[in-house]
Write a protein of this length. Structure first.
Length: 387
């Protein structure tokens, strides 16, 4: 009993000291809404959901810092994703599947370690792409093959982010695969930079993930699962996933214009033939090119409207004709308060050519069940509250 009392007193003293020298913030987002999909596996679908279609997924997190002196701080951030429909965990059931980092920050920049965002998300996806700003998964590029909607985070990452040099920031990351005797297996790296000055934003990034079936798409799943999107599921036998992205945004009064380009390559197809859903017998590279143009207009302090169009083209693989995806999205936001927003999103996709499995291409808006035809439409009306 004495030991318990002494431990309690000591813990109370330490807690008081930490409180005096550090800060911690609890934050989060709760989002839910009603979706309509014109063709989900051959049928119309109505669903109340907090996953498919959302611009910003439901989450809660803790972040904090402790001043260590001489401008140096210890920092941490833990972020959990969840489904408001059922209360279950997101990101394949991981407790902190969205983010889990610890690091140091100072005049040299910031160094963090843990599960983190990929470089294309840091420098382009979060701030210059319609899906991450207002269009949600229905507005993501075909299959989100460039990961700009953040389909996957990266495990075991050591990341550096610079301080701001007159509007310019840069950074890099390396993911340790952890495979005994094979340093390259399941590893990855990324680099990028961004520039902000007045109404102008620019960003560029490159990432290379080895063995993407494990290092990217199934880095939180146990057991691993087959990929759902017919746009790229047949290519998950690739040895590496290479993504280059560049984007820009410019604000003219109440109007914001944006454009971005990405090149995604599933290289050395067939290198990991046992991966679930991979099309057997493929070799070579599956290359996707995507261009997006978007515009937003602030009608009133409370109301904004948005539009985006993106075009995705895949080259021939295994002698097929390749594939193209034309996609358009419209949206509107109504701000009820600083923390609560009502929003409306509509999207339409038309596909042509061949799927990654060699069959006739079908439309497949991201996180929606694939259509049975070459076209698919979706509408979402939702509510988002931040705290």
């Amino acid at each position: 009993m004495k030991r318990i009392l002494l431990a309690s007193v000591a813990l109370g003293a330490v807690s008081g000291t930490v409180h005096a020298q550090s800060s911690m913030t609890l934050y989060g987002i709760v989002d839910n809404g009603l979706n309509y999909v014109s063709n989900a596996g051959g049928s119309h679908q109505f669903a109340l959901t907090s996953t498919a279609g959302v611009p910003l997924g439901s989450r809660w997190g803790l972040k904090g810092n402790e001043a260590l002196g001489n401008g140096l701080s210890a920092i941490f951030q833990l972020e959990n994703g969840f489904d408001t429909d059922t209360g279950k965990l997101g990101q394949s059931g991981l407790l902190f599947g969205r983010l889990a980092i610890v690091g140091l920050s100072g005049q040299f920049g910031t160094v963090t370690a843990g599960r983190q965002y990929a470089s294309m998300v840091d420098f382009v996806g979060n701030s210059m792409v319609a899906a991450g700003q207002w269009a949600g998964s229905f507005g993501a590029h075909a299959g989100d093959v460039d990961n700009l909607y953040d389909t996957f985070r990266v495990n075991n990452v050591l990341k550096y982010t610079s301080v701001d040099y007159g509007g310019f920031k840069f950074g890099g990351m390396f993911s340790f695969g952890g495979q005994a005797g094979n340093f390259n297996r399941n590893s990855g790296f990324g680099i990028g930079g961004g520039y902000t000055r007045g109404p102008l934003k620019l960003g560029i990034a490159y990432s290379d993930m080895q063995d993407p079936y494990s290092s990217a798409y199934n880095n939180g799943a146990n057991p691993p699962a087959a990929q759902a999107s017919p746009i790229y599921s047949g290519f998950v036998s690739a040895r590496s996933l290479q993504v280059f992205v560049v984007g820009g945004q410019y604000q003219l009064g109440a109007t914001t214009l944006g454009m971005n380009y990405s090149n995604t390559r599933f290289k050395d197809l067939g290198a990991d033939p046992g991966n679930l859903g991979a099309t057997p017998g493929l070799s070579g590279t599956a290359a996707f090119n995507n261009v997006e143009a978007s515009a937003s207009y602030q009608l009133t302090p409370a109301v904004s409207v948005h539009a985006a169009y993106n075009y995705t083209a895949r080259g021939s693989v295994g002698g097929d004709s390749g594939a193209t995806y034309n996609q358009a999205a419209l949206g509107a936001d109504y701000t009820l308060s600083k923390r609560t927003i009502l929003y409306l999103i509509g999207a339409y996709q038309h596909a042509s050519g061949h799927n990654s499995n060699g069959g006739t291409a079908v439309a497949a808006l991201d996180l929606a069940s694939p259509s049975k035809t070459d076209h698919q439409g979706a509408v979402r009306i939702g509510m988002r509250h931040t705290f």
